[in-house]
Design a protein around this ligand. Structure first.
Ligand SMILES: [Zn+2]
Ligand SMILES: [Zn+2]
Ligand SMILES: [Zn+2]
Length: 231
Protein backbone atom coordinates (compact mmCIF):
# COMPACT_ATOMS: atom_id res chain seq x y z
CA UNK A 1 0.00 0.00 0.00
CA UNK A 2 2.91 2.31 0.75
CA UNK A 3 4.20 1.80 -2.74
CA UNK A 4 0.80 2.72 -4.09
CA UNK A 5 0.72 5.90 -2.03
CA UNK A 6 4.20 6.78 -3.29
CA UNK A 7 3.17 6.25 -6.88
CA UNK A 8 0.13 8.48 -6.36
CA UNK A 9 2.31 11.05 -4.63
CA UNK A 10 4.89 11.10 -7.41
CA UNK A 11 2.22 11.20 -10.08
CA UNK A 12 0.56 14.09 -8.30
CA UNK A 13 3.81 16.05 -8.04
CA UNK A 14 4.60 15.37 -11.65
CA UNK A 15 1.16 16.34 -12.89
CA UNK A 16 0.91 19.33 -10.55
CA UNK A 17 4.21 20.69 -11.87
CA UNK A 18 2.94 20.25 -15.42
CA UNK A 19 -0.12 22.29 -14.55
CA UNK A 20 2.05 25.15 -13.29
CA UNK A 21 4.12 25.14 -16.49
CA UNK A 22 1.40 24.59 -19.06
CA UNK A 23 -1.82 25.95 -17.59
CA UNK A 24 -4.98 26.37 -19.68
CA UNK A 25 -3.88 29.90 -20.65
CA UNK A 26 -0.20 29.23 -21.08
CA UNK A 27 2.54 29.92 -18.53
CA UNK A 28 0.80 33.01 -17.14
CA UNK A 29 -2.09 31.16 -15.45
CA UNK A 30 0.34 29.00 -13.48
CA UNK A 31 2.24 32.04 -12.29
CA UNK A 32 -0.97 33.76 -11.19
CA UNK A 33 -1.94 30.94 -8.85
CA UNK A 34 1.57 30.20 -7.59
CA UNK A 35 3.26 33.46 -6.72
CA UNK A 36 0.53 36.01 -6.16
CA UNK A 37 -1.08 34.01 -3.37
CA UNK A 38 -3.98 35.83 -1.74
CA UNK A 39 -4.07 38.56 -4.37
CA UNK A 40 -4.59 36.04 -7.18
CA UNK A 41 -8.31 36.66 -7.40
CA UNK A 42 -8.07 40.45 -7.69
CA UNK A 43 -5.17 40.59 -10.17
CA UNK A 44 -6.03 37.60 -12.37
CA UNK A 45 -6.54 38.49 -16.05
CA UNK A 46 -10.12 38.09 -17.39
CA UNK A 47 -9.14 35.07 -19.49
CA UNK A 48 -8.27 33.27 -16.23
CA UNK A 49 -11.95 33.24 -15.25
CA UNK A 50 -13.00 31.68 -18.54
CA UNK A 51 -10.33 28.98 -18.64
CA UNK A 52 -11.71 25.80 -20.18
CA UNK A 53 -12.16 22.89 -17.83
CA UNK A 54 -9.75 20.03 -18.57
CA UNK A 55 -11.21 16.52 -18.69
CA UNK A 56 -9.16 15.11 -15.82
CA UNK A 57 -8.11 16.13 -12.31
CA UNK A 58 -4.61 17.62 -12.13
CA UNK A 59 -3.65 14.94 -9.58
CA UNK A 60 -5.41 11.78 -10.69
CA UNK A 61 -7.40 10.19 -13.49
CA UNK A 62 -10.84 11.14 -12.16
CA UNK A 63 -12.96 13.71 -14.02
CA UNK A 64 -12.24 17.31 -13.03
CA UNK A 65 -15.20 19.04 -11.38
CA UNK A 66 -13.93 21.98 -9.29
CA UNK A 67 -11.34 24.69 -9.74
CA UNK A 68 -8.82 25.59 -7.05
CA UNK A 69 -6.37 28.38 -7.84
CA UNK A 70 -5.48 27.96 -11.50
CA UNK A 71 -6.00 24.20 -11.71
CA UNK A 72 -8.99 21.86 -11.93
CA UNK A 73 -9.44 18.92 -9.56
CA UNK A 74 -11.75 15.98 -8.98
CA UNK A 75 -14.19 16.31 -6.05
CA UNK A 76 -11.89 14.32 -3.73
CA UNK A 77 -8.73 16.32 -4.36
CA UNK A 78 -10.64 19.60 -4.33
CA UNK A 79 -11.93 18.72 -0.86
CA UNK A 80 -8.44 17.66 0.29
CA UNK A 81 -7.21 21.19 -0.39
CA UNK A 82 -10.23 22.71 1.32
CA UNK A 83 -9.72 20.50 4.39
CA UNK A 84 -6.04 21.44 4.67
CA UNK A 85 -6.78 25.14 4.22
CA UNK A 86 -9.56 25.06 6.84
CA UNK A 87 -7.37 23.17 9.33
CA UNK A 88 -4.57 25.70 8.86
CA UNK A 89 -6.94 28.65 9.20
CA UNK A 90 -8.28 27.27 12.51
CA UNK A 91 -4.78 26.57 13.85
CA UNK A 92 -5.33 22.79 13.84
CA UNK A 93 -2.87 20.14 12.68
CA UNK A 94 -2.77 19.93 8.87
CA UNK A 95 -2.73 16.31 7.60
CA UNK A 96 -0.52 15.34 4.65
CA UNK A 97 -2.10 14.35 1.34
CA UNK A 98 -0.95 10.78 2.01
CA UNK A 99 -2.90 10.74 5.30
CA UNK A 100 -5.98 12.08 3.55
CA UNK A 101 -5.69 9.45 0.80
CA UNK A 102 -5.55 6.77 3.48
CA UNK A 103 -8.61 8.15 5.29
CA UNK A 104 -10.47 8.37 1.98
CA UNK A 105 -10.29 4.60 1.51
CA UNK A 106 -13.42 4.26 3.67
CA UNK A 107 -16.23 6.74 3.14
CA UNK A 108 -18.56 5.31 5.77
CA UNK A 109 -19.03 7.70 8.71
CA UNK A 110 -17.88 6.08 11.99
CA UNK A 111 -20.37 8.26 13.90
CA UNK A 112 -23.59 7.27 12.14
CA UNK A 113 -22.48 4.45 9.79
CA UNK A 114 -23.90 6.18 6.75
CA UNK A 115 -22.20 6.76 3.39
CA UNK A 116 -20.57 10.15 2.93
CA UNK A 117 -20.01 12.14 -0.26
CA UNK A 118 -17.40 14.73 -1.24
CA UNK A 119 -19.45 17.69 -2.42
CA UNK A 120 -22.62 19.35 -1.14
CA UNK A 121 -24.02 18.96 -4.66
CA UNK A 122 -23.72 15.15 -4.35
CA UNK A 123 -26.36 14.74 -1.62
CA UNK A 124 -27.56 16.00 1.76
CA UNK A 125 -25.25 18.64 3.23
CA UNK A 126 -25.07 16.78 6.56
CA UNK A 127 -23.56 13.73 4.81
CA UNK A 128 -20.63 15.61 3.28
CA UNK A 129 -17.16 14.31 4.26
CA UNK A 130 -15.41 16.58 6.73
CA UNK A 131 -12.05 16.38 8.46
CA UNK A 132 -12.54 15.70 12.17
CA UNK A 133 -9.88 16.65 14.72
CA UNK A 134 -10.63 14.61 17.85
CA UNK A 135 -9.72 16.19 21.18
CA UNK A 136 -7.41 13.23 21.73
CA UNK A 137 -5.38 14.51 18.76
CA UNK A 138 -6.53 11.81 16.32
CA UNK A 139 -7.69 12.74 12.83
CA UNK A 140 -10.50 11.03 10.92
CA UNK A 141 -13.32 11.64 8.44
CA UNK A 142 -16.83 12.26 9.78
CA UNK A 143 -19.98 13.41 8.08
CA UNK A 144 -20.79 17.06 8.73
CA UNK A 145 -23.73 16.10 10.98
CA UNK A 146 -21.55 13.93 13.25
CA UNK A 147 -18.73 16.51 13.17
CA UNK A 148 -21.12 19.16 14.48
CA UNK A 149 -22.51 16.74 17.05
CA UNK A 150 -18.98 15.83 18.22
CA UNK A 151 -18.19 19.50 18.78
CA UNK A 152 -20.99 19.96 21.34
CA UNK A 153 -19.97 16.90 23.40
CA UNK A 154 -17.19 17.19 25.97
CA UNK A 155 -13.93 15.50 24.96
CA UNK A 156 -14.51 12.62 22.57
CA UNK A 157 -17.61 11.43 24.43
CA UNK A 158 -19.54 11.53 21.15
CA UNK A 159 -18.11 8.12 20.08
CA UNK A 160 -19.29 6.41 23.30
CA UNK A 161 -22.94 7.35 22.99
CA UNK A 162 -25.08 4.37 21.86
CA UNK A 163 -27.14 5.05 18.73
CA UNK A 164 -30.47 4.99 20.65
CA UNK A 165 -29.23 7.47 23.25
CA UNK A 166 -28.72 11.20 23.33
CA UNK A 167 -27.03 13.69 25.59
CA UNK A 168 -29.16 16.44 27.13
CA UNK A 169 -27.18 19.70 26.89
CA UNK A 170 -28.82 21.08 30.06
CA UNK A 171 -28.31 18.31 32.63
CA UNK A 172 -25.41 16.76 30.67
CA UNK A 173 -26.78 13.21 31.11
CA UNK A 174 -26.76 10.64 28.31
CA UNK A 175 -30.29 9.23 28.26
CA UNK A 176 -32.34 6.82 26.15
CA UNK A 177 -34.25 8.45 23.30
CA UNK A 178 -37.51 7.65 25.15
CA UNK A 179 -36.51 10.31 27.71
CA UNK A 180 -36.88 13.00 25.04
CA UNK A 181 -40.04 14.37 23.46
CA UNK A 182 -40.16 14.15 19.69
CA UNK A 183 -39.82 17.30 17.63
CA UNK A 184 -40.85 17.17 14.00
CA UNK A 185 -38.65 20.14 13.11
CA UNK A 186 -35.49 18.24 14.01
CA UNK A 187 -33.63 15.13 12.85
CA UNK A 188 -30.84 13.10 14.41
CA UNK A 189 -28.82 10.17 13.10
CA UNK A 190 -31.66 9.14 10.83
CA UNK A 191 -33.88 8.27 13.78
CA UNK A 192 -36.96 9.80 15.39
CA UNK A 193 -36.44 13.56 15.54
CA UNK A 194 -36.03 14.58 19.17
CA UNK A 195 -36.12 17.75 21.23
CA UNK A 196 -32.80 19.06 22.42
CA UNK A 197 -33.61 18.92 26.16
CA UNK A 198 -34.73 15.79 28.03
CA UNK A 199 -38.31 15.65 29.34
CA UNK A 200 -37.36 16.76 32.86
CA UNK A 201 -35.18 19.65 31.71
CA UNK A 202 -37.81 20.65 29.14
CA UNK A 203 -40.41 20.90 31.90
CA UNK A 204 -38.12 23.02 34.10
CA UNK A 205 -37.20 25.20 31.12
CA UNK A 206 -40.88 25.77 30.22
CA UNK A 207 -41.76 26.72 33.79
CA UNK A 208 -38.83 29.14 33.95
CA UNK A 209 -39.80 30.74 30.66
CA UNK A 210 -43.38 31.15 31.86
CA UNK A 211 -42.26 32.69 35.18
CA UNK A 212 -39.94 35.13 33.39
CA UNK A 213 -42.69 36.21 30.99
CA UNK A 214 -45.60 36.15 33.41
CA UNK A 215 -47.18 39.41 32.18
CA UNK A 216 -47.20 38.24 28.56
CA UNK A 217 -48.72 34.86 29.45
CA UNK A 218 -51.43 36.47 31.61
CA UNK A 219 -52.33 38.94 28.87
CA UNK A 220 -52.62 36.17 26.30
CA UNK A 221 -54.78 34.09 28.63
CA UNK A 222 -57.10 37.04 29.34
CA UNK A 223 -57.43 37.70 25.63
CA UNK A 224 -58.28 34.06 25.00
CA UNK A 225 -60.90 34.03 27.79
CA UNK A 226 -62.53 37.21 26.47
CA UNK A 227 -62.72 35.72 22.97
CA UNK A 228 -64.28 32.53 24.34
CA UNK A 229 -66.89 34.55 26.31
CA UNK A 230 -67.84 36.59 23.25
CA UNK A 231 -68.41 33.57 21.00
ZN1 LIG B 1 -8.14 13.89 -8.30
ZN1 LIG C 1 -22.07 10.58 10.53
ZN1 LIG D 1 -31.72 17.04 30.85
Amino acid sequence: MNAQVNITHNLRRKVASQVVNIGPDGPESGVAGESRGECARSVAPPSYQNAARPALCAWCVRPATRKHGSAWFCARHYRFQQMRATAKRHGKSVPSYETLEMLAQCLECVGCGRAMHWLIADGPRARQVTLQHDRSGAIRFLCLGCNTSHSVHPGDEFYNIPPDHKRCPRCGDVKACASFFTDRTRGRRGQAPLRSLCKECGRVSNNEHRANNRARFNARQQEWRARRKAS
